[in-house]
Design a protein around this ligand. Structure first.
Ligand SMILES: [Zn+2]
Length: 478
């Protein structure tokens, strides 16, 4: 997914355009049957309905926040002397769960979010109410803010006040561009900002999570399937995943070698059509001397696999900014796909030869160095892949099987340089023109229904303290 995008479609003089979400917008929309609208107007109508839905969700959150304390008092969740009772709280969540037809924990989450959005950080509630943020974007922000507020607080009142000011400033800065980001990315950016302010609290939370969450679980699925879930520190899990993938490729390669040996008669029963996922499971089982029983076992039995397999093809990345790696400041790093990590761990991993180190420019957060700085042709392609990571189309999240793509088209510019190259998935590269999607300029997409979206370059390392760095005309350092 493009890291961020925003709607730059001109208004069409429709009756609901410019109406604030709320009763007036509901009234304007309710009298119209969207089936009677042309597609351009219908898309605008759908967007207005979605804004109304976010407004409505914010109102529910406001009501839950208002009801929270009286219900907690009624159920004994808050005692008369002001103490919190977890048993009494659980009765409060039952009360809300019965009201909303939800599981108690889901109801508790909704009440917590309502409180966070309206009592703790009312600017978020107001932004959702005004249609500046979607409900999901508002939830992403409060979830990130709540994650740090559950940490042990500091007893020093001055330190607490300074901390609250910094958190408030970080939220203000985040809100200036929050509406551009998909919720997952927004939460990652907010968490990175919080780690910068509260590295110690983050470290404590991390240590507590390591103890509480590390483990292995199994979930039963339908049709005789089950899931094995392994939870642990992201860097360990990512390394494990890379090893499993590498091991699976190795196993499959050896299998193909054996099957295709000229002196081995080809046995039709040995035809193996396992998917990538099945090979990966086989690789995991093989480590423990097991063979899959749901499919015919590979002719490669564990004893015939070369035991000296090297730890190969590990492709685990850590992104860290230049001043941090030089030891001048301590900015959180990021494991792409897993979110921010504290500066010490980022620096340690960046110095470890088994990790691919990406260094970012400290002001813009854009990628400076993808490890060894080899740029001509293949190097340029590698740089583009490292810099952009995902398909550049708004709302497309593909990060595999990506083509290097000219935007605008090569035919239009006859130039090839980093500023005009980006990544597109096969569908968006090869058939977007045929389906009416156009990219007249870098970061500008027009759709078949006439809408226009401006995308924001991916920041390898989010820089919440410089929101303008994500702005439209930022030159891409190259
Ligand atoms: Zn795509």
């Amino acid at each position: 997914m493009a890291d961020a995008w925003f709607d730059t479609t001109p208004e069409q003089d429709l009756p609901w355009e410019g109406v604030m979400p709320g009763p007036d917008l509901a009234a304007a929309l309710a009298v119209i049957d969207p089936h009677t609208l042309e597609v351009e107007a219908c898309m605008s109508y759908a967007k207005a309905c979605d804004q109304l839905s976010s407004w409505s969700q914010a109102q529910v959150g406001l009501a839950l926040a208002a009801a929270r304390e009286p219900v907690l008092r009624a159920t004994g969740g808050i005692t008369v002397d002001g103490h919190v009772s977890s048993r009494g709280e659980s009765w409060a969540w039952d009360e809300f769960a019965a009201l909303l037809h939800l599981a108690p924990m889901t109801a508790a989450t909704r009440v917590h979010r309502g409180k966070a959005m309206w009592h703790d950080h009312p600017r978020i509630g107001r932004a959702v109410q005004a249609g500046e943020l979607t409900w999901a974007q508002g939830c992403a922000l409060v979830d990130a803010m709540q994650s740090i507020e559950t940490s042990p607080t500091n007893d020093d009142i001055d330190v607490e006040a300074a901390h609250a000011r910094m958190m408030s400033t970080a939220l203000d800065q985040m809100l200036t561009t929050a509406g551009r980001y998909a919720p997952g990315r927004l939460k990652t950016r907010m968490l990175a900002a919080i780690i910068r302010i509260e590295p110690t609290a983050h470290k404590k939370l991390h240590q507590r999570s390591v103890k509480r969450q590390t483990g292995i679980e199994v979930w039963g699925l339908s049709h005789g399937m089950a899931t094995l879930g392994i939870t642990g520190v992201a860097v360990d899990i990512d390394a494990l995943k890379s090893l499993i993938h590498s091991h699976a490729q190795d196993l499959r390669f050896k299998h193909d070698e054996l099957v295709n040996t000229p002196h081995t008669p080809i046995d039709p029963d040995s035809a193996d059509e396992r998917t990538v996922g099945q090979w990966r499971l086989a690789a995991m089982l093989e480590v423990f001397g097991l063979a899959p029983i749901g499919m015919p076992a590979s002719p490669v039995d564990p004893a015939r696999v070369d035991g000296s397999r090297a730890i190969a093809n590990i492709d685990v990345k850590v992104v860290v900014d230049l001043p941090t790696i030089l030891g001048l400041v301590h900015t959180p790093g990021e494991i792409p796909g897993y979110g921010p990590i504290d500066p010490e761990l980022a620096t340690f991993l960046a110095a470890n030869g088994e990790w691919t180190r990406w260094i970012t420019e400290p002001v813009t957060g854009h990628l400076l160095d993808d490890g060894d700085r080899r740029f001509p042709t293949a190097g340029l392609a590698r740089f583009i892949r490292a810099r952009d990571m995902r398909c550049a189309a708004p709302a497309c999240g593909r990060n595999t099987n990506l083509d290097i793509d000219h935007i605008p088209t090569w035919a239009a510019t006859h130039t090839t340089n980093a500023q005009q190259l980006t990544l597109s998935c096969i569908r968006h590269n090869r058939s977007r023109d045929a389906h009416g999607w156009n990219t007249p300029a870098p970061h500008t997409w027009t759709t078949p229904t006439g809408r226009t979206y401006t995308t924001v370059p991916h920041q390898a390392l989010p820089r919440s303290d410089n929101p303008d760095s994500a702005s439209d005309d930022e030159p891409i350092p190259f």
